[in-house]
Design a protein. Structure first.
Ligand code: ADP
Ligand code: MG
Length: 369
């Protein structure tokens, strides 16, 4: 985790850590959160990443106080907040659909949380101006909401979420209504804003690339449970289980035999970065961009699997090469054609060497723990 300091001009309220223990929420027989434990460091940018229906919104709503969990504890700093009403939690929120007041102008939208808190009018004006400047909407105070683009509306929502200097900011898919280019620009802007303000931030997305781009750490959620919590790099390089390996990035997963302490795949010995843990069924995980194709791969001490190329797919920036091992199992390699992983683009039908280093041969448990 990168250490960050909230040293920007608007950094005011101290950030706090969040401690979640045994959080459970059910809707009838539907388990939305299943004993969630999570620690978010003070000032950290943590992303909840998971498929639709995995419980991300439920967890944010429980943090904000709009949902009362069935069981568990929620602490902001040392304070237990699980029974505290939402308005006392001092949490800023941004939702997917802006949720701005359409009949108010931009300044009045941003001023709203300050009015609720009975901040004096002169102070409100100063803080609204500062918040709008932070989200690069200085001078837009008198605009009507309907005169703004989607990206501008989401910036207003953000200004409204931070104007009262909350210790914690929660964002639920705030960029998912925007087109790709704007979304990518806003990802960087949100990151920079977080670096300036330093509040503890929990961000929700179902978009793995967005999560990898923005986060100090990512908690992968599925079925109301935290599958893994780690830095983007660790998650990608060392997924804790099959679900994480398949949800983040592309992966080839091959069953291996590790009964005698070594590791073999289809009878071929495989050198791996870490020794195989005993007593568990394992899968060999290979990231396609770390697999190289070509005769040059047949060298001593290097892992090679022979496979017949089934498809060569041109995807602009890279080629994706799909192939079948002798027993029919699939392997993939991705690379740029010249100077990259594919020295020469192979042809469908040919048998080629798919090579990978021991460091890139990662063993993961076949079943989720
Ligand atoms: P996500 O935000 O990850 O898409 P949610 O937290 O919205 O997931 O939902 C988690 C699970 O809880 C889903 O199965 C969803 O159908 C269920 N759920 C959420 N809200 C309600 C509700 N108000 N009533 C019944 N079921 C709900
Ligand atoms: Mg949701």
């Amino acid at each position: 985790m990168k250490a960050r300091e909230g040293a920007g001009p608007a950094a005011g309220a101290a950030a706090v850590p969040i401690t979640i223990r045994g959080l459970r929420k059910t809707y009838g027989s539907q388990v939305a959160l299943d004993h969630v434990d999570l620690d978010v460091a003070s000032g950290e940018f943590l992303t909840l990443l998971g498929p639709s229906g995995s419980g991300k919104t439920t967890l944010l709503m429980a943090l904000a106080g709009f949902i009362r969990p069935d069981a568990g504890s929620l602490k902001f700093g040392d304070a237990e907040v699980v029974r505290m009403p939402p308005h006392r939690r001092n949490v800023g929120m941004v939702f997917q659909n802006y949720a701005l007041f359409p009949h108010l102008d931009v300044a009045a939208n941003v001023a709203y949380p300050l009015k609720l808190r009975r901040v004096p009018a002169s102070e409100i004006e100063r803080r609204v101006d500062a918040a709008l400047a932070l989200v690069q909407l200085g001078g837009y105070g008198a605009r009507r909401v309907h005169e703004l683009s989607g990206g501008q509306r989401q910036r207003v929502a953000l200004a409204r979420a931070i104007v009262f200097e909350p210790r914690i900011v929660l964002m639920d898919e705030p960029l998912s209504a925007l087109d790709r280019q704007l979304r990518e620009r806003m990802q960087i802007e949100l990151r920079e804003l977080h670096e300036q303000l330093g509040m503890t931030t929990i961000y929700v997305t179902h978009d793995q690339r967005e999560a990898l781009t923005m986060s100090d750490r990512i908690a992968v959620i599925a079925g109301g449970r935290v599958m893994q919590i780690d830095t983007p790099r660790r998650l990608y390089d060392h997924p804790a289980n099959r679900f994480v390996a398949e949800f983040i990035g592309e992966s080839t997963l091959l069953e291996v035999d590790t009964r005698d302490g070594g590791c073999t795949c289809a009878g071929v010995p495989i050198a791996t970065a870490a020794p195989a843990p005993a007593g568990r069924a394992l899968l060999l995980m290979l990231r396609p961009e770390r697999v190289r194709v070509g005769d040059g791969e047949r060298r001593d001490g290097h892992n090679v699997l022979e496979a017949r190329v089934t498809d060569v797919i041109y995807q602009g920036d890279t080629f994706l090469v799909q192939a079948a091992l002798a027993d029919g199992r699939r392997i993939a390699a991705r690379g740029i054609a010249s100077g990259g992983a594919l020295g020469r683009v192979p042809q469908a039908g040919e048998v080629a060497a798919f090579g990978f280093s021991a460091e890139d041969a990662v063993l993961i448990p076949r079943e989720a723990a």
